[in-house]
Design a protein around this ligand. Structure first.
Ligand code: ADE
Length: 258
């Protein structure tokens, strides 16, 4: 990570799964302070935009020096990502792809942004974590690190990753734990039936229902078999592969001649 605010990463990297992933040698995270690459005695990292306008930009020289230094510090090629609200929106598929890269350099912007030439010269991918504007790229970089690290081999069990939301363009089914009845609300009977086939079917149908109700757009890319499609049609989903059969003509009723 390249940032002006290194301490922002302390919490997320030192708790829970990210902490364990580092201890297990699965994640090797380094936080670099861009300010240390500024050559003047005040370590200036901002500058006014050409053409005027509100706010300051990140100064080009310290950022360029930081990127060059860190890129060359390791033999593994670095994939350079800039976090910005005008980037491509992060998805699970992008997180999957990033998890295959040997090394990532995440650039956290601040102020009004960074010089366009840095983007053109060094950056391979620009990512946003959603359609809203944060005070800087640090929180977005942490989101990327978290989403990518949990996909690295050995960080989380393969079972946990298999049926979670967004793993296959379907949202997750609801979960329940003890007690079986809480505040008059009971766990669905099927989950306590011991019937594994019925449980699997219920969970699949819950995933389909949730996705249809909350994110119908995702159904366009989900892997759906004919049972899924029939179930969804029953909910009112317009199945793009389903052609209504024309109503069958009933045979004319012959009446005996008088
Ligand atoms: N920096 C500021 N807002 C951001 C966002 N939504 N995503 C990524 N980086 C950002």
């Amino acid at each position: 990570m390249l940032t002006l605010f290194t301490a922002m990463f302390d919490g997320p990297l030192n708790e829970s799964i990210l902490k364990r992933a580092q201890a297990a040698g699965r994640l090797d995270a380094h936080i670099h302070d861009i300010r240390t690459y500024a050559s003047d005695k005040h370590h200036t990292c901002d500058d006014a935009p050409f053409g005027g306008g509100a706010g300051m930009l990140m100064k080009i020289a310290p950022l360029a020096a930081a990127i060059e230094d860190i890129s060359s510090a390791d033999a593994a090629p670095a994939h350079v990502v800039f976090l910005t609200p005008d980037g491509t929106t992060l998805t699970q598929a992008i997180a999957q792809e990033l998890s295959t890269k040997p090394r990532l350099i995440l650039i956290c912007g601040h102020y009004e942004g960074i010089d366009e030439r840095i983007r053109q010269h060094y950056v391979h991918q620009e990512l946003s974590i959603g359609d809203y504007v944060l005070t800087g790229g640090e929180l977005a970089a942490m989101v990327v690190i978290d989403a990518v690290t949990r996909l690295l081999d050995g960080v989380i069990s393969a079972d946990s990753l298999a049926e979670e939301s967004h793993s296959d363009s379907l949202l997750e089914y609801p979960h329940y734990t003890r007690p079986a009845v809480w505040n008059d609300a009971a766990v669905p009977d099927v989950l306590r039936s011991g019937n594994h086939a019925a449980i699997a079917l219920w969970r699949r149908q819950q995933r389909l229902t949730r996705t249809y109700e909350r994110r119908p757009d995702m159904l366009a890319t989900a892997q759906l078999d004919k049972h899924d499609r029939a179930f969804l049609r029953g909910l009112g989903w317009h199945d793009p592969l389903w052609c209504e059969q024309p109503p069958r003509r009933s045979k004319p009723v012959r009446t005996p001649d008088a």
